[in-house]
Write a protein that binds this ligand. Sequence first.
Ligand code: MG
Length: 338
Amino acid sequence: MPNEKISLAHGAGGALMMRLIKEIVLKELSLKRAGKIGLDELDDGATFTVGGKTLVLTTDGHTVNPIFFPGGDIGRLAVAGTVNDLAVMGARPLAIACAVVLEEGFPVEALRKICRSIDATSKEVGVPVIAGDTKVMERGALDKVIITTTGVGVANPIISDSGLKPGDKIIITGTIGDHGVAILAHREGIDIEANLRSDVAPIWRTIEVALKVGGITAMKDPTRGGVAAALNEMASKAKVGVALDEAKLPINPTVRGASEMLGIDPLQITNEGKAILAVKPDYCKKVLRTVRKTKYGKEACVIGEVTSDRICEVVMETMVGGHRVIESPIGDPAPRIC
Ligand code: MG
């Protein structure tokens, strides 16, 4: 390890990134907790308490390439990414801070376009951007722009990503793989890109109605590493198994087609407008019905359930009746997609 250098795979959300965080970041930082959920939980956000209220804090750096892509741009992504991390903790977003690092030579009009997109996305969920920072680095020192957003939300109750119980149903709020596949196809110049669009969206309203129904035991947004990484993390933390049903996975035919051409698995690809919900069986139908009435939850469906066997594993029943272990990706088939 002493001479090891950072590779792109270290930022991919898979097993390599996890090792880097555990062996370097978590080991070197001593003060990691201000409330019930701290940095070492590696959840979507952490908590602290003020005046009897539980607040959630989360932060996210955005390096997507290209910065304008089918279905969105780095501005919408920066707001949605942070809003969604708060939402899956059960937290209503209250405010966002935004730090922008620009490369010398970056067009001012492109920055204006990004700001308008940040504004439109923040207005969509009614969460203001109340603090910011702007820095410029010399040409070549970074690629165009990096945006880091930090969000604060208020939760009652907090939903962690580790609360899975055997018997819970696993709901996904919509189609799988859209964001990562759209960007990758766009970058590779694949023809069918006209029909491929990122799903990037702030999904607090969808989560809010689900929370009101109740019965939610855990949530996570399947971003880097996709549904595969998110479910593996959830299963490991709760020490349960997850049984997926391939026939029930909602995957757009164009996403499926492009994934085959690109040689990637939609289950391992970033989503930016979706959440995984683990729901007590008695609440499942009502949660599903309610979520489907929302703008970003129309294609929500049950894709599997939590089991007490195959602990810490995600096993998918395939369409031909076999079983396949779904592993968290080691690296990333597509760097810089979020
Ligand atoms: Mg997350």
